[in-house]
Design a protein around this ligand. Sequence first.
Ligand SMILES: Cc1ncc(COP(=O)(O)O)c(C=O)c1O
Length: 400
Amino acid sequence: MPALARRLQDVQPSGSTRMSVRARALRAEGHRVLSLTVGEPDFATPPHAVEAAHAAALAGRTKYPPNDGWPELKEAVRRKFLRENGLDFAADEVIVGNGGKQVILDALLATVDPGDEIVVPVPAWSAYADIGKLAGGVPVLVPCPQNNGFKLRPEDLEAAITPRTKWAVLNFPNNPSGAALTREEVAGLTAVLMRHPHVWVMSDEMYEHISYVDTGFHSVAAVEPGLRERALTVSGASKTYAMTGWRVGFGGGPRALIKAMTNMQSQTTNGIATVAQAATIAALDGPQDGVAERRRIYRERRDLVVSMLNEAPGLQCHRPEGAFYVYPSVAGLLGRTTPGGRRLESDEDVAAALLEEAHVATVSGAAYGMSPYIRLSYATDTETLREACGRIAAFCRGLA
Ligand SMILES: Cc1ncc(COP(=O)(O)O)c(C=O)c1O
């Protein structure tokens, strides 16, 4: 076979994808597998968004869109940034992409040269490091310790920045730990970033509406307007409006960066599906009560899952303040043996054994750069969560 590109050597399918594939195979064998792997709301897309997509298609709005998004969608995104985040962007400071993921890909490919460093606090969604590597960059992983609630400490951020740093990525509320920051905590980090004007700042705020911090969510670029010329704020429709399959993400940032990202998009996808753009305008401009209602439901599920997992011997589950994940430590399970004869040496062994023997799919912390933990998504119904946590507890009790 002719060779594949060297740049793909270090890039693996994501941990959650690998577990989902194995879970599907077990299901095909007839097992009742409960999956807590995927970071995807179990709710339906709001009907008014679906209707807007339908109406746009019937009205013939099915031609190539502008690379950076329909002007009317960009206006809706601008209004959203102003209303919800206190960020005032001009039209050419906003871009719409195929999911937040493409916005991140655009930004890194448009800026990272071989050898450039990308500071990524871990645990982290694996895309920053993997996309950074695709661009020739070098991820610099900065541990966010559990005893600090998995939050990034300013001194650790400071220590990670070098003259080669191109980007610092912040993602709070965080996938996978659920850590969310107060305004003061964000300010502690922006104070560090202000001292390093050669660094681009990416704030991935995909889970901004799933924060349980009493004082609410604070956008990084709004907390420190001095970062305006080098901060990219990323968000999207996927998690807020249960629209993962529509593939709509957006970014707001300095004009020159957005222009370069638009160029990237012109050579990759030529913009995003028009019907998805119509749906997103309706979601952004329509009633927002569903957002708060879903947040309330997620919060109840978090409380259920944290309390059930903390009753399982050997697990220790931190209570996160955001997103829809928990990230329990499995340190207390290591060195033990399962009824099926598997010896648990790592969090990958724990996730594999839970899937094979308890038929509960989770993702190992190794996939997020911090072990020994597993990630569970609680974006699923309460009955499934109860049964899954019950099976996990029984698995822990059954270890020798
Ligand atoms: C932290 C974070 N950012 C961005 C995304 C990408 O979202 P999408 O591409 O669906 O908009 C995800 C999805 O899991 C995520 O967890």
